[in-house]
Write a protein that binds this ligand. Structure first.
Ligand code: PLP
Length: 353
């Protein structure tokens, strides 16, 4: 058959050292896996209990509208109503569904380096990708981002904090971008690392989803909630966007286990905040150790740190990190913050301590 030519460059993500990674995932070999910004702890006991309780109902389709989950999410964000909440099979599906909504031909603009999925999804749905370089300090450059817009721009994706750099924009900076965007350009704020930010001038972006017609905050249960394997994410959106996103969503894309576990996890905000605090403390400890070792790194507001250390340094110590080569940072490593013992191993790998 004749394939769409633009699909040819899409290659599945093939991490080098995949055999080590597979072993680490199975708990075999003496490797720790700090490649994918997962939480090093399992789900909350509340989430596990909710899944056990739901098991006898696996014969039935789940709630098509994920009403209980959407209610739990709206309850956690002041002013957000269930009609403002979109859910998906991971926040990846939410991003896909949002980009299905815009007119084409058209293009999606995003800072770069950032999350590689943006370019992939753009290609899949037939949009062009326009990448705007980060500033020399590895942060997003709002002026450059706005200057890159063309009449063909349909959406802007802002990863905040940005993966892989961990840099962030304050709420006022995000608001300034939203204010300056043409009305018919969708602004997607990918906030996968929202809970790990400790800058008090960051939170509150959901107000933009309420006060504008075209801003959506996208968040996930894959990171601080420790539910990456269940695949569930969500968006906080103006009602009209939420309505359209639901039209293109694959029926039942969020399964029963994901719905009940995510709702239970959302219902335990103090315990989730405690996990985030742990990660933030450990991030501080790692960054201090990098300072002491005189290693260049990008100060992070996420659950990873991008440091100018060859991945091989870590691999020799049994620590798997994300190779900077694949992220636009050759010679660097993106290190996920793990548990205390894992972070000890990271620190001793580069400091010899
Ligand atoms: C990890 C991550 C996500 C989460 O994707 P899910 O599909 O929810 O697992 C989204 N965006 C970015 C930038 C990420 O790093």
């Amino acid at each position: 058959m004749k394939f769409r030519r633009e699909l040819d460059p899409l290659k599945p993500y093939n991490p080098p050292w995949i055999s080590h990674e597979a072993k680490a995932e199975r708990g075999e070999g003496d490797y720790v896996k700090l490649t994918a910004n997962e939480l090093s702890f399992g789900p909350l006991p509340e989430a596990e209990a909710a899944i056990s309780e739901a098991l006898p109902r696996l014969n039935r389709y789940p709630d098509r509208h994920a009403a209980a989950l959407r209610a739990a999410i709206s309850g956690a964000n002041a002013g957000i109503r269930p009609e403002n909440v979109v859910v998906g099979n991971g926040s990846s599906e939410v991003l896909l569904n949002l980009l299905q909504l815009v007119e084409r031909p058209g293009e999606v603009v995003f800072p770069w380096p950032s999350f590689s999925l943006y370019a992939t999804i753009a290609r899949i749905v037939g949009l062009e990708a326009r990448r705007v370089p980060l500033r020399p300090d590895h942060a997003v450059d709002p002026d450059a981002l706005l200057a890159a817009l063309t009449p063909k721009t349909r959406a802007v994706i802002l990863c905040n904090p940005n993966n892989p750099t961990g840099t962030h924009l304050k709420l006022e900076e995000v608001r300034a971008i939203a204010d300056r965007l043409p009305e018919d350009v969708l602004l997607i704020l990918d906030e996968a690392y929202y809970e790990f930010v400790d800058d008090p001038s960051y939170p509150g972006s959901h107000e933009l989803a309420l006060s504008t017609q075209s801003v959506v905050c996208v968040r996930t249960f894959s990171k601080v909630h420790g539910l990456a394997a269940l695949r569930v994410g969500y968006g906080l959106a103006p009602r009209e966007i939420a309505d359209y996103a639901e039209r293109v969503r694959f029926p039942f894309s969020v399964n029963l286990a994901a719905q009940v576990a995510a709702a239970a996890s959302m219902g335990a905000p103090e315990r989730i905040a405690k996990r985030a605090s742990f990660v933030i403390e450990e991030r501080t400890r790692l960054q201090r150790a990098l300072d002491e070792a005189g290693v260049e790194y990008v100060p992070s507001q996420a659950n990873f740190v991008l440091a100018k250390i060859e991945p091989a340094v870590f691999r020799r110590a049994g620590v798997l990190v994300r190779e900077g080569d694949a992220l636009g940072y050759p010679g660097w490593s993106r290190i996920t913050i793990g548990n205390s013992a894992e972070n000890d191993r990271v620190i001793s790998a580069f400091s010899g301590r």
